[in-house]
Design a protein around this ligand. Structure first.
Ligand code: HEC
Ligand code: HEC
Length: 448
C-alpha cells in the first residue's frame, strides 16, 4: 500500500510508482502540477518557483509596464503555456463546426528538408499557423476542423462510432498555402515526467528497436533524429507527437517561439517569414527576449514535476487487463518499465525505475492516422508511442477524454481501434477479445 512521505510516494509496489521517486499520490485536479519538493535542493527552490511562474504566466505585448513578462508575438497562438496545457495537462480539439482551436495547433511545411534535416517551412507561413497578431500585425489565419464520422464493427457485432478530422484554412493573411504544403494537427501533450524520459539512455531505446525487429510481430520502431541547437548536432528525438524535439529545454524554447512568438538564446530570431512585412517591421522588443536563466528555470520546473501513481492496481479487472495488454502485444511499444541513466543536468533523475508505457520510438501507424508530413526522419505515417502514465486521470483533470495526436479518439476504445500499420496485429487481437476482456484492458488503462 502506497503512503505519502513528504511530497514523494513511498512504500508502493514498484509498478504503482510510475515515476520512481518522482511519483505523487495526489489524485485530484492538481496531480499533474505536483512538484517533487523533496528532490529540490535548497539552492534550486527559487528557480523551480520562478520556472513555474513563467509556465503559468500570461505574456503581454511589448512595450509594457511589466517588461519581465512582455514579448508576446508579433504572431502567436495563445498567450500562455497553460492555455494549451491546462493544469500541465493535455489539449483537446474543437468539437463543433467553426469552433476555434484553443489547445492545439497546426504544423506546416513543404516537401524537402531545411539545412539541419528538419521540415522545410511553408514559405509564407513558416512551420506553424499562428492565429493571432499583436496590434498592427495580422494573425496568419485560422484552421478549422470538420469531423467525418465512420463506424467500425467488431467481430462480436459491437459497433463503435469513430471520427476523423478534416482541416480547412480560413482568413489566410498572406495568400493561399503553397500547392505542396503539408499540415499536421496536434493537440498539446502533458508536461510531467519529461525529465525522466530525457534521462533514459539512448542505447536502451535503440536496444528496444532491435528487440522489436527480433520479435518479428511486425513491430519495428525507429529512433527519430532531430537537430539539437545547443549541441549543434543531430541527436535522438524524444518529445512531441513525432519525437521531433531532443530535450525539454529545446521543446520549451520552440514552444516559446512557435506558440507565443517569444525569442530565447536557442531561437533568437523573431518568427516572421519573409512575406510578413508587418511582422518584420515590429521592433518593440530586443532579441532574445528571454535569457538562458529563464529557460533553465522553466526546464528545471518541468524536470521536477511528479508523475501520478497508479490507482486500483489490485482490482481484478485491472490485473486481468494488464495481463492481456502484454499478451496481445500492446507492450511491444507501450513499454511498462524503463530505467533512467546518468543525468548530469539533474542527478536526482538518474537510476529511476519508471513505468511510462512508451519506447520513445516512432512507428508506422497506418494510413488512417497518417498526417503525410515528415518531421526529422519520422515519416508522414510514423508517430511516437505516447507515454500512457497518468492518462487515467485525464478526465478528472482536463475534463475531456480525447486521445491521439489530433484528439480524434473520444476515449481509449476509439484510440485502440485507430491503431494500424505496425500495431495492426495488436489491434486485431484486441478486437477479437470478448467484450469483457476488452473492457478489462480499458480498466487497466484507466488505472495508469
Ligand atoms: C498553442 C498551444 C500551445 C501552447 C501555447 C504551448 N504548447 Fe506545448 N505543446 C503544444 C502541442 C500541440 C504540443 C505537441 C507538439 C508536437 O507534437 O509537435 C506541445 C508539446 C509540449 C511539450 C512536449 C510534451 C511531450 O510529451 O513530448 C512540452 C514540454 C511543452 N509543450 C511545453 C510548453 C511550454 C513550456 C509552453 C509555454 C512556453 C507551451 N508548451 C506552450 C501546444 C502548445
Ligand atoms: C506499434 C506500436 C504500438 C502498439 C503495438 C500499440 N500502440 Fe498504442 N500507440 C502507439 C502510437 C504510436 C500511438 C499514437 C498514435 C497517434 O497519436 O496517432 C498510440 C496511442 C495509444 C493510445 C492513446 C494515447 C494518447 O496519449 O493519446 C492508447 C490508449 C494506446 N495507444 C493503447 C494501446 C493498446 C491498448 C494497445 C494494444 C491493443 C496498443 N496501444 C498497441 C503505438 C503502439
Amino acid at each position: 500500500m502506497c503512503t505519502l512521505g513528504g511530497s514523494v510516494a513511498q512504500a508502493c509496489a514498484t509498478d504503482e510508482k510510475a515515476g520512481g521517486e518522482f511519483t505523487t499520490l495526489r489524485q485530484d485536479r492538481a496531480s499533474y502540477e505536483e512538484i517533487v519538493w523533496d528532490k529540490v535542493a535548497d539552492s534550486q527552490q527559487s528557480a523551480v518557483t520562478a520556472g513555474r511562474g513563467f509556465v503559468r504566466q500570461t505574456w503581454v505585448v511589448s512595450p509594457s509596464l511589466t517588461p519581465d513578462v512582455a514579448g508576446l508575438g508579433p504572431t502567436y497562438n495563445r498567450p500562455s503555456c497553460i492555455s494549451c496545457h491546462p493544469h500541465n495537462g493535455r489539449g483537446k480539439p474543437p468539437e463543433v463546426q467553426g469552433e476555434p482551436m484553443r489547445s492545439m495547433l497546426v504544423r506546416l511545411s513543404v516537401p524537402g528538408l531545411d539545412n539541419v534535416g528538419g521540415p522545410r517551412h511553408e514559405p509564407a507561413y513558416g512551420d506553424q499557423l499562428n492565429e493571432f497578431g499583436v496590434p498592427g500585425v495580422p494573425g496568419e489565419g485560422e484552421a478549422r476542423i470538420e469531423w467525418v464520422s465512420l463506424n467500425k464493427t467488431l467481430p462480436d457485432g459491437e459497433i463503435v462510432a469513430l471520427r476523423q478530422p478534416k482541416v480547412t484554412f480560413h482568413k489566410l493573411a498572406h495568400g493561399p498555402l503553397d500547392n505542396s504544403a503539408m499540415s499536421s494537427l496536434r493537440v498539446a501533450s502533458v508536461m510531467y515526467g519529461l525529465g525522466l524520459l530525457e534521462a533514459v539512455p539512448e542505447k536502451d531505446i535503440q536496444a528496444i528497436a532491435d528487440e522489436q525487429r527480433r520479435e518479428g510481430r511486425g513491430v519495428a520502431g525507429t529512433a527519430n533524429r532531430v537537430w539539437d541547437v545547443a549541441k549543434q548536432s543531430s541527436v535522438l528525438g524524444r518529445f512531441g507527437w513525432k519525437a521531433n524535439q531532443p530535450t525539454v529545454r529545446q521543446q520549451i524554447a520552440a514552444a516559446l517561439l512557435g506558440d507565443m512568438g517569444i525569442t530565447t538564446p536557442l531561437f533568437p530570431k523573431p518568427n516572421c517569414p519573409p512575406a510578413q512585412t508587418a511582422c518584420i517591421a515590429q521592433k518593440a522588443d530586443t532579441h532574445p527576449e528571454l535569457n538562458n536563466e529563464t529557460l533553465d528555470q522553466m526546464a528545471l520546473y518541468h524536470y521536477m514535476l511528479a508523475v501520478p501513481a497508479r490507482r486500483d492496481v489490485d482490482a481484478l479487472a485491472v490485473k486481468h487487463g494488464e495481463k492481456l495488454f502484454t499478451e496481445i502485444g500492446c507492450s511491444s511499444c507501450h513499454r511498462s518499465s524503463l530505467t533512467t541513466g546518468d543525468f548530469p543536468a539533474l542527478p536526482a533523475l538518474a537510476g529511476q525505475l519508471i513505468h511510462p508505457y512508451t519506447d520513445l520510438l516512432v512507428h508506422d501507424m497506418g494510413e488512417g492516422l497518417a498526417d503525410g508530413r515528415p518531421d526529422g526522419i519520422a515519416s508522414g505515417r510514423q508517430w511516437r508511442t505516447p507515454p500512457l502514465w497518468g492518462t487515467g486521470l485525464l478526465e478528472k483533470i482536463n475534463e475531456h477524454t480525447t486521445l491521439l495526436h489530433d484528439g480524434r479518439a473520444r476515449g481509449p476504445l476509439e484510440a485502440i481501434l485507430w491503431h494500424d500499420g505496425e500495431a495492426e496485429d495488436a489491434r486485431t487481437h484486441f478486437e477479437n477479445l470478448s467484450r469483457a476482456d476488452r473492457e478489462a484492458v480499458i480498466s487497466f488503462l484507466r488505472s495508469l
